[in-house]
Design a protein around this ligand. Sequence first.
Ligand code: AMP
Length: 193
Amino acid sequence: MKNICVYCGSNPGRIEAYADGARALAKALVDRGLGLVYGGASVGIMGLMADSVLQLGGRAVGVIPEALKQKEIEHKGLSELHVTKSMHERKTLMAELSDGFIALPGGVGTLEEIFEIWTWAQLGFHAKPCGLLNVAGYYDTLTTFLDHTVAEQFVKPAHRSTLMVEHAPDTLLDRFASYQPPTVHKWIEKSGT
Ligand code: AMP
């Protein structure tokens, strides 16, 4: 693994613990020689994540769509900043540049991004690990709901378990390093086939 994509909020969140979680993840990435790929903004947890990686001497690559460049105040001090024509192009490039995907606490954008890339894993479009860094229990209720999707038989246990959920960045990155994609496929067998 060379680069990890981190999806995270464009807001800082209610408590300082979320920023602490981003700093801890930044340190774990830099300690392992892993580069950061993220949405390229200078605001909220996004900006803090990039600042922390850069301050520790790491590499931070941003990918931002032209339309959000002004609104989100792109980060001016990144190792690289890619400006894309669309949101779809942004997400595709972030996926191509990265060897694994982590969501820190964030809002609807963060949730959409991690769910999309996790969906692609479930469909076998890529074989890269996906996880939630459950800072201050932010993802506890989502984890409970995901278990409910399995109980109600809309998601297979083998697919549910591919979205790793950990409190500690090092534990999550250790699990990423030994990740094996599921061999169970998504499709329901047609009877008689
Ligand atoms: P948020 O978690 O909502 O603060 O957003 C974090 C990141 O997700 C930002 O880089 C946003 O540009 C991005 N984002 C927000 N809404 C969407 C969306 N509908 N689809 C894809 N990305 C989004």
